[in-house]
Design a protein around this ligand. Structure first.
Ligand SMILES: Nc1ncnc2c1ncn2[C@@H]1O[C@H](COP(=O)(O)OP(=O)(O)OP(=O)(O)O)[C@@H](O)[C@H]1O
Ligand SMILES: [Mg+2]
Length: 385
């Protein structure tokens, strides 16, 4: 494992980090808890890169390690092993708790399911609190800046109210205004809409979309599929391990444990532009999922004249027809104009998991049907005089 290149945390407030640098980098992150029952490994060696400006959702069953993963990024907890680099700083190596806490105040906004506003302070005072803590704005500027933030989330009329006097949705909006108080480049949210009705949840996601449009990075744990569909990228964690994103994109209805199994056994294959991946009449030993690039499916007529039946993109798959129907390839499959990266699953594993996954099997059968139709049409076209 190679440690990422980093700068000391004390310099991390510099605003002009290079644009190409990732916002979050986790390398080999392990988190183990020990209690009376013994040791328990919650994160089992997580590698993850999140780029600047991404809007990422994290999902997973209860207890899979979502909150623990976020706590590694925020520095609320610390890893047992591995490296965490956030906004260019290694946040655990040679850093004291109090340095990390100051760093967090300037670099991160954090939102939880239960808003954690201070009950004795007004909404305005709650929003000013982080500014006081990191001492980032002039004392006189702070109330006006807090008011601007409350205006942004639609709460200016409630600025002088205590949290108990506004709705739960409004409390969460105030918590978001507070998280953005020091204009952090990264917002981390743990089930921010988990306690809200769908309308309030929608308001919050719209707000997040606005932040992303301004170039902020957002990482959000959620259980709500209607919210994951609005993020640019979805990461699934299963039992402390991340699922390969090509697999979850290609076979979204598979059980998480099957996705994880595939993550461990899938082979990565790379093809040059126009290189043949499968030849007609060849036996197929793999199910292929496209990670990067485009793949052309080409049929040949009796006179060896070729016609393109489909061009597949990242997140699509091929090879399933032959695996399900048994038999040889009916088409030539080639890399498009760019190099292609695929994940290949051995036939026996694919068939075995599909036997236990009726919903996915059904979805794949429908795709096979529509592809066969497309082949038939292409075939008829090619035999026309
Ligand atoms: N401080 C701790 N000490 C011991 N075990 C812990 C601690 N924090 C978390 N765990 C355990 O680690 C596992 C993962 O917990 P975590 O809170 O990360 O799950 P989660 O995916 O966020 O679940 P949920 O959807 O319920 O919030 C759980 O089994 C939990 O009991
Ligand atoms: Mg949690």
């Amino acid at each position: 494992m190679k440690a990422p290149r980093v700068k000391p945390i004390n310099d991390s407030v510099k605003k002009n980090e290079s644009a190409s640098e990732a916002m979050i980098e986790l390398r080999g992150v392990v988190k183990r808890f020990s209690n009376a029952a013994g040791e328990f490994t919650v994160l089992k060696g997580v590698d993850l890169t999140i780029d600047r400006g991404e809007f990422v959702s994290i999902v997973g069953k209860s207890g899979s390690g979502k909150s623990t993963l976020l706590n590694m990024v925020t520095g609320i907890d610390h890893p047992t092993d591995g490296h965490v680099v956030v906004n260019g700083s290694d946040i655990y190596t040679g850093v004291t708790e109090s340095q990390r806490s100051k760093w967090r105040g300037k670099n991160l906004g954090i939102v939880f399911q239960f808003f954690q506003l201070l009950p004795m302070l007004t909404l305005l005072e709650n929003v000013m609190l982080p500014m006081d803590y990191v001492d980032l704005y002039d004392f006189d500027e702070r109330p006006a800046r807090a008011m601007e933030l409350l205006k942004l989330v639609g709460l200016e009329k409630f600025a002088n109210k205590l949290p108990v006097l506004v709705s739960t949705g409004q409390q969460q909006l105030a918590a978001i205004a507070r998280a953005m108080a020091c204009d952090p480049p990264l917002l981390v949210a743990d089930e921010p809409t988990g306690n809200l009705d769908s309308r309030s949840a929608d308001t919050i996601i719209q707000l997040f979309e606005g932040f992303v449009a301004q170039g902020k990075t957002i990482v959000m744990v959620t259980h709500d599929p209607s919210l994951t569909s609005r993020t640019n990228r979805n990461i699934i964690i299963s039992d402390g391990e991340l699922i390969n994103e090509t697999i979850s994109k290609s076979l979204p209805q598979l059980r998480h444990r099957h996705m994880l199994e595939f993550t461990k056994i899938a082979e990565e294959h790379i093809y040059l532009p126009h290189e043949t991946i499968i030849s007609r009449d060849q036996n197929i030993d793999y199910f292929f999922m496209i990670r990067k690039g485009e793949v052309d499916v080409v049929l040949e007529d009796k006179k060896k004249k070729e016609s393109l039946v489909s061009r597949l993109q990242a997140g699509e798959f091929f090879g399933e027809m032959e695996l399900l129907r048994g038999g040889k390839s009916i088409a030539n499959v080639r890399a498009g104009d760019q190099p292609v990266e695929v994940l290949a699953l051995p036939r026996a594993d694919f068939i075995r998991v599909l036997d236990e996954s009726p919903v996915t099997a059904d979805a794949i059968r429908k795709i096979v049907q529509s592809r066969l139709e497309a082949h038939k049409v292409a075939d008829q076209r090619s035999t026309m005089p």
